[in-house]
Design a protein around this ligand. Structure first.
Ligand SMILES: Cc1cc2nc3c(=O)[nH]c(=O)nc-3n(C[C@H](O)[C@H](O)[C@H](O)COP(=O)(O)O)c2cc1C
Length: 379
C-alpha cells in the first residue's frame, strides 16, 4: 500500500512528508521534485511569503544512489521564514479559516490551528506527488494540471497535443491554456487586490496513459473516484470536485452523457486495448475503476479567506465586535492550486497502480503490468 503523511507548521522549522510503500528500483531525481515546488510557489496573485521561500526538497531516507530502496522515503522542505517561537496569537478569528472552530475544539490558541491549517503544508504534498510521478513515468502515465477558470472568467483551452499544451501552460503566469485571455484575468486580480479582496477559480487535471482497472467497484473505500475526490477535496480551500462531466451530467439525458463503446483492432497495444470511446464524459472512471480513457478531474477553489479589508469578527477575549485579524496573504492562489491538485491526483493514481500491480520493486510491477495486458488482450 502506497501512502503518505505530512507534518510541520507554516512558520515552523520545516515541513515533512513520510512516503511509505514506494517500490524499490525507481530512479529518483530531486530536480523534478524541486521544479514542481517552484511551480507551486509561482503564479500571478501570490503574496510576499513566496518571495521569502525558495522551496527545495531534501530526501532524508529511502533513496540510495538516486534509486528508491523500497523503504520509507522521508522528504523535507525547510521553511526559510521560520519564526514560530516569536509569533504571537491572533485575537479576532478570520472568517473562512479554522481559527474560531479550531481554537474552541482544541481549547487553545488560534495560532496553533492556523499554523497547521495553512496551505504552506501543501509544499510537501506536492513533493510527495512529484515523487509518485517518477513511478508513473516508468509506466508512461502523465498528470497535467492547469487553471480552467479564475474569478468567474472561463478560459477556452487552445487545442493541441499534451506537449504543446504544456508549453502554453508553462509560459502563462496564470497556468492557463490560452495566453490571449491572461491579460484580462491579471487585470481582474490587480483590481481585486487594490480593493483588499480575493478571488477563487477552477482547476482541471488530466491524467493520460492510465491502464484499465485501477481502483475497484467491489468496496466503497477502494473506489478510485472516491479516493481521488477525497485527496482533492482535502486540499486547502477546495470546495467542489467533479469527475468528467460532473454536475453537468445531472442536467442532461442519458444518451447525451454515457460514452458509447467501440473497438479498433489496430489500437490493441495502447492503454485502452482498442476499446475506443468517442466521448469521455465519464472522465476515465466507471464504477470506481479506470476505463482506459484519460482521467479528467476538476476542483473549485474558494477565494482566499484572509482579506486586507477584513470582514466582521469578534475579539475572542472580550466578545466585542471587531474586524477580523489580518496576516500577510495572497490575493489569488488558483494557479498554485492547479499544481497541488495535479500532484495529489498523481499520488492517488500511483497508489492505485501499486494496489493493482504492486510488488516490492519496479521490475516486479512492470512484469505484472505486462502479464495483465497480455491476459486482458485475450479477454
Ligand atoms: C495554494 C494555496 C494558497 C493559499 N494561500 C492562502 C493565503 O495566503 N491566505 C489565506 O487566508 N488562505 C490561503 N489559502 C487557503 C487556506 O489555507 C484555507 O482556506 C484555510 O486553511 C481554511 O481551510 P478550508 O478552506 O479548506 O476550509 C490558500 C490555499 C491554497 C490552496
Amino acid at each position: 500500500m502506497l501512502r503518505y503523511w505530512t507534518a510541520g507548521e507554516s512558520h515552523g522549522k520545516a515541513l515533512w512528508a513520510l512516503v511509505d510503500g514506494f517500490p524499490a528500483g525507481v530512479t529518483i531525481e530531486t530536480e523534478s521534485i524541486d521544479a514542481e515546488l517552484r511551480r507551486r510557489q509561482g503564479g500571478y496573485g501570490r503574496g510576499g511569503r513566496q518571495r521569502i521561500e525558495t522551496d527545495a526538497v531534501e530526501i532524508k531516507s529511502g533513496v540510495w544512489q538516486e534509486h528508491s530502496l523500497g523503504s520509507p522515503i522521508a522528504l523535507e522542505v525547510v521553511n526559510r521564514d521560520s519564526k514560530l517561537e516569536r509569533l504571537g496569537d491572533l485575537e479576532r478569528p478570520r472568517p473562512g479559516h479554522g481559527d474560531l472552530t479550531g481554537a474552541i475544539k482544541y481549547l487553545g490558541s488560534i495560532r496553533g490551528v492556523l499554523e497547521r491549517a495553512s496551505a504552506r503544508e501543501t509544499a510537501v504534498r506536492v513533493a510527495a506527488g512529484a515523487l509518485a510521478k517518477q513511478l508513473l513515468r516508468e509506466f508512461g502515465i502523465t498528470a497535467f494540471g492547469y487553471t480552467a477558470e479564475l474569478g468567474g472568467i472561463r478560459v477556452e483551452p487552445r487545442p493541441g497535443t499534451l506537449d504543446e499544451q504544456r508549453v502554453l501552460r508553462d509560459a502563462s503566469e496564470l497556468y492557463t491554456l490560452n495566453p490571449a485571455q491572461d491579460d484580462e484575468i491579471k487585470a481582474l486580480i490587480d483590481e481585486c487586490g487594490k480593493d483588499g479582496d480575493t478571488l477563487g477559480g477552477v482547476v482541471e487535471v488530466r491524467v493520460e496513459g492510465v491502464p484499465f482497472g485501477l481502483g475497484t467497484h467491489a468496496q466503497w473505500d477502494r473506489k478510485l473516484d472516491g479516493r481521488l475526490a477525497q485527496a482533492v477535496m482535502a486540499v486547502q480551500a477546495i470546495k467542489g470536485v467533479e469527475i468528467g462531466l460532473g454536475f453537468e451530467a445531472a442536467r442532461r439525458h442519458g444518451s447525451q452523457v454515457h460514452d458509447p463503446i467501440q473497438f479498433e483492432e489496430q489500437r490493441r497495444e495502447s492503454p485502452d486495448l482498442g476499446y475506443v470511446r468517442p466521448t469521455n464524459n465519464a472522465g476515465g472512471l466507471e464504477a470506481g475503476m479506470t476505463n482506459g480513457q484519460p482521467i479528467v478531474i476538476r476542483a473549485a477553489k474558494k477565494p482566499i479567506s484572509t482579506l486586507r479589508k477584513p470582514l466582521d469578527s469578534i475579539n475572542l477575549a472580550t466578545k466585542q465586535a471587531e474586524a477580523a485579524s489580518y496576516e500577510r496573504s495572497d490575493v489569488c492562489a488558483v494557479p498554485a492550486a492547479s499544481v497541488i491538485v495535479e500532484n495529489v491526483v498523481a499520488f492517488e493514481i500511483a497508489a492505485a497502480l501499486v494496489d493493482k500491480f504492486g510488488g516490492d520493486s519496479l521490475a516486479e510491477m512492470q512484469a505484472r503490468w505486462q502479464l495483465f495486458l497480455s491476459l486482458a488482450r485475450q479477454r
